[in-house]
Design a protein around this ligand. Structure first.
Ligand code: GLN
Length: 270
């Protein structure tokens, strides 16, 4: 006798929220239907699929990678282990940008990963010209797929930060959520399913930010009006200093939903 939805839920030793998400994913039943139709029997294929996903979950794979989906700024993004899972913290960066961008700005998102920053900006402010780069071809393909699913017209280039673009191209706004975790930060253990190169620079967590600011100074100092870079909760002061070292003075750090310093911005004083 195959398990019913209710029976599988009762027997499962997963977190109940996770168990319901997996059930919905595999059966196509909504959260409400999992209750109203809890006596619905699982087919054999559904059952074996569920057992497989439950095992993966127990090994620590984050739910968004199992479901290949993460919501960001109320849109669904495809995710897989070649890109970071978009975080709510980054939504605060989006909100700040939406308050400060001009409709005609050309924006570049460096290290775009799933494309969540670039795509969200383009969807929220469709008159922007948005470009994005990533060094990882797998990440870039994921971002392209998301842009196509969400119908966002974005120029994607593969390469290291600004080096992905022709040297004569200019931008008004530079945004990035680069790898900023220190190589010896114990949080990396908990993030072992996410791409390590998107999380840490293998050093003190500030190397990529330093490279980005140095490229920005060299290539974009005449056009840039805004720089916005995400960083770790304890890096605000270091990052402001890096901005100043590269000639971007009076940078400001902003806090995330958890009240931690999360991103630093610079605006051209005109
Ligand atoms: N915000 C992520 C975390 O701390 C890290 C993202 C990054 O390194 N860019 O889990």
């Amino acid at each position: 006798m195959p398990d019913s939805v209710r029976k599988w839920l009762r027997k499962s030793d997963l977190d109940p929220v996770d168990a319901r998400l997996l059930l919905s994913h595999v059966t196509g039943l909504s959260r409400i239907e999992l209750i109203t139709r809890s006596d619905r029997l699982l087919t054999e294929t559904e059952f074996s699929q569920l057992e497989k996903l439950a095992k993966t979950r127990k090994q620590g794979m984050p739910i968004p990678y199992i479901l290949n989906n993460q919501e960001f700024f109320s849109r669904n993004f495809k995710v897989n282990p070649s890109v970071l899972i978009p975080r709510p913290d980054t939504e605060v960066l989006i909100e700040w940008l939406l308050d400060n961008l001009r409709p005609s700005d050309s924006v570049v998102d460096l290290g775009t990963g799933s494309g969540c920053i670039a795509i969200t900006l383009k969807k929220e402010l469709p008159t922007l010209q948005v470009s994005a780069s990533d060094i990882s071809i797998d990440a870039l393909n994921t971002a392209k797929e998301n842009a196509s699913d969400l119908e966002a017209d974005i120029t994607f280039r593969q390469g290291s930060w600004l080096d992905a673009f022709d040297s004569n191209i200019t931008f008004d706004v530079l945004v990035s959520n680069p790898p900023y975790i220190r190589k010896d930060d114990h949080h990396l253990q908990a993030l072992r399913f996410e791409p390590i190169n998107a999380l840490t620079d293998g050093d003190n967590g500030l190397q990529c930010i330093d490279t980005i600011l140095s490229q920005a100074k060299e290539r974009l100092s005449h056009s840039l009006r805004i720089i916005a870079i995400e960083h770790g909760w304890d890096q605000g002061e270091y990052v402001r200093n890096l901005f100043a070292q590269h000639g971007f003075f009076n940078a400001q750090t902003h806090r995330d939903y958890g009240n931690n310093e999360r991103f630093t911005t610079w605006q051209h004083q005109s």
